[in-house]
Design a protein around this ligand. Structure first.
Ligand SMILES: [Zn+2]
Length: 74
């Protein structure tokens, strides 16, 4: 896969996803992604993004304001 922004090669790596809702900010770290070697643009598979989203929803439900979570597949 090539970068949607600059068309350079993308390699397997990790990225952080940030979810916000009202006053809650949840950062999911170490999410598997394709990362552009040139500009750093990242692309996360939809099923991976869904898992990260579900993790964030659980944290938001606890009422935290800022939380950093390590990505893991349940
Ligand atoms: Zn790029």
């Amino acid at each position: 896969m090539n970068c949607p922004a600059c068309k350079a090669m993308m390699s397997v790596g990790v990225t952080d996803l940030v979810f916000r809702r009202e006053r809650s900010v949840i950062v999911i770290e170490n999410v598997p992604a394709l990362v552009c070697v040139q500009c750093g643009e990242s692309s996360v598979e939809s099923k991976i993004a869904q898992i990260a989203f579900d993790m964030a929803q659980k944290e938001i439900a606890k009422g935290v304001s800022l939380e950093f979570c390590n990505f893991k597949v349940a």
